[in-house]
Write a protein that binds this ligand. Structure first.
Ligand code: GDP
Length: 391
């Protein structure tokens, strides 16, 4: 068989220039089939990459991919878990949210309960909000509105002041924003969710946790490991997939084209009739042009066969202004449809929710509140504000 492949490849080169690409492809496949140990190690099957036309642009051949089985064989294979549904998770995680955010509410309510609410006190309230990463303009707006409300109400009753503060915080967080996660399949096509963000923000965990949550809600999910620069990311994704019985499409060789893996993930998703394909992307901090190129190509290639329903930008809530700068770069590179704010359990500066939504004009759709597999929750403004001011 090997001989046949080599002969075939040579014949193609001799026959014409157009055969060069085929030769490279044949070699790529040949190499993979000669490394069965690697495939077996992952418990996967190889799938020849479909020829994404875009890939020919750069002259590079599409790499083969590995499709890991949803249920790996062998006695040591982990039990497939049955994750809980996603509804009401923020309420379940309220304690954790309150632990990280109630200090902010405590300081604000402390200031509001002073004997005299003079200019200095209002300045301190504004400063507290700015220090909590809310941003200068929203902090100022909130203070102005609250000041008027307190004056009009003519009350200093602690409960009433708390409810006025609560109402103003809710306004800034935004109750009217559409936070729906668009994961409904389109006829025979799966919904596609692209997950972007800088390495370390929790991007790969978000892909895994989101897959779990969707499976808990009764959807079927396939994961695409298009972060081909970090083998560890693909391994991590595979572990997440195996736990809940989701297949993972990953590169069959190092340095493969991320767009090719994304393309194959979508094709596999269509072939296998899954509801949602979640694609993890590379999060190297590189130039805006490089980022635009890479994400643009991934989107373009996917769009040949399916609609990208969500582009979720993962941001680490503990990184403050730095995180906002990153968000700006990503938003310029790709049309972000929702923000996933991770590590909200590790910061008292919950004001970042307001700042990032304002900065990008895109709602926070999910929040991360811990390292546990079910610590990703749909964002609910009311539950969030209750955690700050005490519900
Ligand atoms: P990536 O490099 O962006 O793909 O990040 P990873 O998914 O590998 O996550 C980086 C680290 O952040 C891991 O240790 C995660 O467990 C941790 N992490 C992710 N989300 C959260 C979260 O919401 N809260 C906490 N405390 N840790 C998180």
């Amino acid at each position: 068989m090997e001989q046949l492949i080599i002969i075939l490849a040579v014949v193609v080169v001799v026959v014409g220039g157009g055969g060069t690409t085929l030769l490279v492809r044949t070699r790529a496949r040949h190499r993979l089939t000669r490394a069965p140990d690697r495939t077996a190690l992952r418990g996967g099957t190889t799938a020849a990459a479909s020829a994404a036309p875009d890939l020919a642009e750069g002259g590079s051949a599409p790499p083969d991919v590995v499709v890991s089985p949803a249920h790996p064989p062998g006695p040591s294979a982990p039990e497939v878990e049955k994750p809980p549904p996603s509804a009401g998770r923020l309420v379940r995680l309220r304690g954790r949210l309150a632990r990280s955010q109630s200090a902010l509410g405590g300081v604000l309510l402390g200031l509001l309960s002073r004997d005299r609410l003079d200019d200095e006190t209002w300045d301190e309230i504004e400063e507290t909000l700015i220090t909590a990463d809310m941003g200068v303009t929203p902090a100022r707006q909130l203070v102005e509105e609250l000041r008027t409300e307190v004056k009009v109400a003519g009350t200093r009753d602690a409960e009433e002041v708390r409810s006025l503060l609560r109402a103003q915080l809710v306004v800034q967080v935004g109750v009217d924003l559409d936070r729906t996660l668009h994961t409904t399949r389109h006829g025979d096509r799966p919904a596609i969710v692209l997950v972007v963000g800088v390495n370390g923000t929790g991007k790969t965990s978000v892909c895994g946790k989101l897959a779990r949550a969707l499976i808990g809600d009764g959807e079927s999910v396939l994961l695409g490991a298009a972060d081909t620069f970090r083998a560890a990311a693909a391994d991590q994704l595979q572990t997440w997939g195996e736990r809940v019985g989701a297949q993972v499409v990953r590169a069959g060789r190092d340095g493969a084209d991320p767009a090719s893996v994304a393309f194959d993930a979508v094709n596999q998703g269509i072939e296998r009739g899954v509801d949602v394909v979640i694609v993890d992307t590379a999060g190297r901090l590189h130039t805006k042009a490089g980022l635009m190129d890479e994400l643009g190509k991934i989107k373009r290639v996917i769009s040949r066969h399916a609609t990208v329903d969500e582009v979720l930008l993962v941001l680490d809530a503990t990184t403050g202004q730095n995180g906002l700068r990153q968000a700006r770069v990503f938003a310029e590179a790709v049309d972000v449809t929702g923000i996933v704010l991770t590590k909200l359990d590790g910061t008292a500066k919950g004001g970042i929710v307001v700042a990032v939504q304002r900065e990008l004009g895109v709602p926070v759709k999910l929040v991360g509140l811990g390292e546990g597999p079910d610590d990703l929750a749909p964002f609910e403004p009311d539950a969030f504000v209750d955690a700050i001011v005490g519900g």
